[in-house]
Design a protein around this ligand. Structure first.
Ligand code: SF4
Length: 219
């Protein structure tokens, strides 16, 4: 397909600009779904997002980390956590590493509410399910590239993806279907199984991440 016009984000005829418009539409749809789910659970979207974040981190998180992951201010995170604490959905405990700091953890009531609120597929998931396998793979690959770009630029915190994990060994097997290796579970896997948010993820340093990315993209 011939793309007319300069491909710069400022140029409204550029594909970059229109991809941004498309992503904004998806973000709006996902945001509306989140607000709807949260409302049914008697929460705000930010409160539900905190429960979702903590559900995947049983060790708990500091308030600053929660704010960074949700891209909200620290006062907003603090207020949200206070409200959730009053409702009995989260609890604070002293951090082993720093007795002055506290970690926020999900309570059993918070976990139960979260699993109720997260049940069922939304319209965006349903739309994704209609894509052809090739489209899904291309979209998945593009998402990994975009999210990596954002985290390496410091726009979002490091995500718990395979590409930034110490255990990830890209293209270490000759099998084209399962070329990668997870050293934690000592198993081969393919691109569709790359994790976006793995609980066993251990962050690697920037030099290791850059080297891993080179091997991953060059094959
Ligand atoms: S531990 Fe998780 S994130 Fe790390 S390589 Fe294995 S599957 Fe990927």
């Amino acid at each position: 397909m011939q793309i007319r016009g300069m491909d710069t984000p400022e140029d409204k005829n550029s594909i970059d600009y229109r991809i941004g418009e498309g992503l904004a539409r998806l973000a709006a749809a996902l945001g509306a779904e989140d607000r709807g789910r949260a409302k049914e659970a008697g929460l705000t979207a930010t409160q539900l997002a905190v429960l979702t974040l903590l559900e995947g981190r049983p060790e708990g998180m500091g308030v600053g980390d929660i704010a960074r992951h949700l891209l909200v201010t620290q006062p907003t995170a603090t207020d949200t956590i206070l409200t959730l604490e009053r409702k009995g959905y989260v609890a604070k405990l002293a951090s082993d590493a720093d007795r002055r700091a506290s970690l926020v953890q999900l309570t059993a009531a918070g976990a139960a509410l979260h699993s109720l609120a997260e049940g069922g597929r939304g319209s965006v998931s349903e739309a994704v399910a209609t894509l052809a396998e090739g489209q899904k793979r291309a979209l998945f690959e593009a998402l990994i590239t975009l999210i990596r770009g954002l985290q390496e630029a410091g726009a979002i915190p490091l995500q718990r993806m395979c590409i930034s994990c110490q255990y990830f060994r890209p293209h270490s097997h000759p099998d084209p279907v399962r070329p990668h290796h997870c050293a934690l579970v000592d198993a081969a896997f393919g691109d569709p199984d790359l994790r976006m948010d793995c609980r066993d993820h251990v962050s690697s340093d920037p030099a290791h991440r850059a080297a891993t990315w080179r091997v991953f993209t060059q094959g």
